[in-house]
Design a protein around this ligand. Structure first.
Ligand SMILES: Nc1nc2c(ncn2[C@@H]2O[C@H](COP(=O)(O)OP(=O)(O)O)[C@@H](O)[C@H]2O)c(=O)[nH]1
Ligand SMILES: [Mg+2]
Length: 450
């Protein structure tokens, strides 16, 4: 997977038909290979769109009219010679172009191989490479914005700034080691401890946005629960913005899980409507109830719906008891009909699915429940679990060094072990030092052609 001496080819546009489709070639022979498929020999001028045609293998007939662009190394996406051939967006034609390139000696690209090459050639660090996949997969504008920020290098710069300070501290401690006879310490351990505290604060600030960031990057599951006929499906529909779930006044209408992805303040939420809780002999309904219970167990947040226009029933109480330990929002529905239930818990809200009253506030409450009160204070939230774990581990090493340094009189060697360890974690985040398995795992997630 990590060979870069051959030339790879793949369709870069999504499967299916479209106005345009792009085949991309990258590698030392990209220009030569392109020349063998295109009408007019090797006349592609760097970074100029050339209108030409693709010839069949025998070069007898043209198969498509295309625009070809040559990006010479190193000023290309991958850092290698790249040729992009834009033709009509027909899978048949695009596959034919790929076949021609393969016949001429190219190799079919692995998933993410173009971006991997960009990484190996130093065009992007690992954070930015991961951001490429995040940006493509973004389902909400906020996900896209965060991914683009990371692609743009904002997080990279923050890590680089941390690394520079850590490097400086290490250098001064090492200098003290290297010139022991002078009895001169380039940094005394108390000052070193103070600097470590500053570094830890900076990391904590970055990690502050981690819960919200991860929620936004990975999305969340919100399950709607409650007894039958309280308006679960109605609330599901208004949150989903469409009449996805069937609503009737007949208890037990919803029997299977109904899901829909909705954007709740930037978080891509998989919203799940469930069968209402009640004891039932109906086989289908009881399976529905069991599925609802299982869904609740994996939910990030449970929305418990109660019909506020009727007195609380034993079934309502049962759902409240069952979700007591879950992160939950209690919705008192049917506010248009007046209210006769008392306050259930602090995290409750009164709405009407019918009139839409209180639903904006419910969305905000859901976002709070998902992201905690931290929300998005930081413009560059750290959102990727891998980065979060490595930063936490970096912090732990710094903390261990800081504690030792604060005791005073500790040999520099001991502090250096922890500090070097902390620095390694930063190297892993940006990919200066990352093992092949991790790289493989990261790039496998990409689509072919990216
Ligand atoms: N007046 C009023 N009726 C509602 C409201 N929400 C739902 N309903 C009605 O309550 C009944 C049950 O709603 P549904 O969404 O199917 O409840 P579910 O069984 O919990 O999914 C339907 O007749 C709805 O039209 C509301 O806010 N106000
Ligand atoms: Mg329902």
């Amino acid at each position: 997977m990590f060979a870069t001496d051959d030339t790879i080819v793949a369709i870069a546009t999504p499967p299916g038909r479209g106005a345009l489709g792009v085949v991309r070639l990258s590698g030392p022979r990209a220009l030569d290979l392109a020349a063998t498929l295109l009408d007019r020999g090797p006349v592609l001028q760097p970074r100029q769109a050339t209108h030409t045609r693709v010839r069949s293998e025998q070069r007898t007939a043209a198969i498509d009219e295309v625009v070809a662009t040559f990006f010479p190394a190193p000023h290309s996406y991958t850092g290698e010679h790249v040729v992009e051939i834009t033709g009509h967006g027909s899978p048949v034609l695009l596959r034919a172009v790929v076949q021609l390139a393969l016949a001429a000696g190219a190799r079919l690209a692995e998933p993410g191989e173009f971006t991997l090459r960009a990484f190996l050639n130093g065009k992007r660090d690992l954070i930015q490479s991961e951001a490429v996949a995040d940006l493509i997969e973004a389902a909400t504008p906020l996900q896209a914005r965060i991914a683009f920020d990371q692609l743009d290098g904002t997080l990279t710069q923050r890590i680089a700034a941390l690394d520079a300070r850590l490097f400086d501290l290490i250098a001064r401690l090492e200098a003290s080691l290297d010139f022991p006879d002078e009895g001169y310490h380039f940094v005394d351990t108390i000052d070193a401890a103070a600097e470590m505290s500053h570094l830890i604060e900076t990391i904590d600030h970055l990690l502050d946005g981690a819960v919200a960031g991860r929620m936004i990057r990975e999305g969340a599951t919100v399950v709607i629960a409650g007894r039958t006929n309280v308006g679960k499906s109605s609330i599901f529909n208004v949150l989903a913005g469409s009449a996805r779930a069937i609503v009737t006044s007949i208890p037990g209408t919803t029997r299977d899980l109904v899901t829909e992805t909705v954007d709740i303040e930037g978080v891509a939420v998989t919203l799940v409507d469930t069968a209402g809780w009640r004891d039932t002999r109906d086989v289908v309904e009881s399976e529905g109830v069991a599925r609802g219970t299982r869904a609740r167990a994996v939910a990030d947040v449970v929305v418990v719906v109660i019909d506020g226009s009727e007195p609380m029933s034993a079934d309502d109480q049962r759902v409240l008891d069952q979700t007591f330990d879950s992160r939950r929002v209690v919705v008192i529905n049917k506010r248009d009909r007046g209210r006769c239930v008392e306050t259930v818990c602090a995290n409750e809200i009164c709405v009407s699915a019918l009139t839409g009253d209180g639903l904006d506030a419910l969305r905000t409450m859901l976002a709070d429940a998902l992201m905690g009160d931290e929300r998005l204070r930081d413009e560059v939230p750290i959102s990727n679990t891998r980065h979060i774990a490595l930063l936490q581990s970096c912090r732990a090493s710094l903390e261990s060094a800081r504690r030792a340094a604060a005791d005073g009189n500790v040999p520099e060697e001991l502090l250096l072990v922890d500090l070097q360890e902390a620095r390694l974690r930063l190297d892993e985040i940006v990919g200066r030092r990352t093992n092949e398995d991790v790289l493989r795992h990261i790039f496998e997630r990409f689509c072919i052609g990216k």
